[in-house]
Ligand binder design. Structure first.
Ligand SMILES: [Zn+2]
Length: 352
């Protein structure tokens, strides 16, 4: 546990649900943990006791990527953890593969509707049908423009076509739209939708005032900071500012809210965590600004300043996207100016 984590309270300690099983974290709210084949090696999913049209069952929150191991784990849960009741609804916080990958499979199997924000629904449908949307030549060109010159990594990124469809082979053909401020009745409780930006197009967290629970998705994680990246599809964006503005919206929730995050363990200390995340990004922004005061810097120049460890091609795409996000936050604030040099690379220099 790092120093920052010691400021948070983990009410379940080291307890975690076993594979194929669940752990009750509040009445009618069950925690599922599934393995992921990435550096981020797990995701938390949730089962909420529900009743729709007079039928008692469950709402599932998030799904895991599409792969046999995850389906097998779901099968074990269907067999032993549902108390003989059906899954009535599949609610997805955002369009990233670990969250929506198996939504089509769950919805099909249980004849259950998908609930998700409209922006993420359409982004997921496009992504699952496209070979180049995430990774591939466009993405490699974008990274070249931000200074990436490692030919091996670029070749890997260029070759990474069909990356999203490999984990999200299909998306249900229809959906129920989640909107900021809307209330979703799940079983005996109301959950308020809170949209968040900067990590996914239109992420939805859900808050239950009666239970003091926040389904934080990827917007409120206890140990790691949420990935906030500029991508080739929206190359002029300012996702870091969007993210910081979004997490401030959770400040209005009570201090003793139990946050159920998509990665890591359920925690209390929401306001502390919001402060830590602000401090984390404030410190990174300060380092980036100092570097750009000394000389014009590309995103690739910023990488070793922000990330001290060696990065493989996959990690480089996240890290460079995140480096550009920090450059853009300063650029949008007027603290940096951008120029495109003769080599086609964007470089940023402090304005004063
Ligand atoms: Zn995500």
């Amino acid at each position: 546990m790092n120093l920052l984590e010691q400021e948070l309270d983990y009410p379940f300690g080291a307890q975690m649900p076993d594979s194929g099983s669940t752990l009750e974290v509040a009445p009618g709210v069950r925690w599922i943990r599934m393995a992921l084949p990435f550096a981020l090696d797990h995701i938390n999913l949730w089962l909420l006791a529900d009743e729709i049209d007079g039928v008692a069952g469950w709402t599932v929150v998030d799904c895991c990527i599409s792969r046999e191991e995850a389906k097998a784990q779901w099968e074990a849960i269907f067999a032993h953890e549902l108390q003989g009741r059906p899954i009535l609804r599949v609610l997805v916080t955002h369009m990233h593969p670990d969250h929506i990958g198996l939504a089509h499979w769950l919805c099909e199997r249980w004849k259950a509707p998908l609930w998700i924000s409209a922006t993420d629904y359409y982004a997921a449908r496009l992504g699952s049908q496209s070979t180049t949307g995430f990774g591939g030549p466009d993405s490699a060109d974008f990274f070249v423009a931000h200074g990436l010159s490692d030919e091996g990594k670029l070749a890997e990124i260029r070759g990474r076509t069909s990356y999203y469809p490999s984990m999200v082979p299909a998306v249900p053909r229809r959906f129920h739209r989640l909107m900021d401020g809307a209330t979703v009745r799940i079983g005996a409780h109301d959950w308020q939708c809170i949209s968040g930006y900067g990590h996914a197009p239109e992420h939805m967290a859900l808050y239950s005032p009666a239970q003091g629970l926040l389904l934080g998705g990827d917007m409120m994680l206890p140990r790691i900071s949420t990935n906030v990246s500029v991508f080739d599809q929206e190359p002029e964006s300012n996702p870091l500012q969007l993210f910081l503005d979004s997490i401030d919206r959770f400040q209005a929730l009570p201090a003793d809210t139990l946050t159920l995050p998509s990665h890591g363990k359920p925690f209390r200390g929401l306001h502390t965590r919001i402060r830590q995340l602000h401090e984390h990004h404030r410190d990174r922004l300060a380092e980036v600004l100092v570097a750009c005061q000394a000389q014009p810097c590309s995103g690739a120049d910023i990488l070793p300043i922000m990330f001290k460890r060696p990065l493989d091609a996959h990690q480089t795409t996240f890290a460079l996207g995140e480096a550009v996000a920090h450059l853009h936050a300063l650029w949008f604030k007027g603290q940096l100016q951008r120029r495109r040099d003769a080599d086609g690379v964007y470089r940023f220099l402090a304005t004063a």
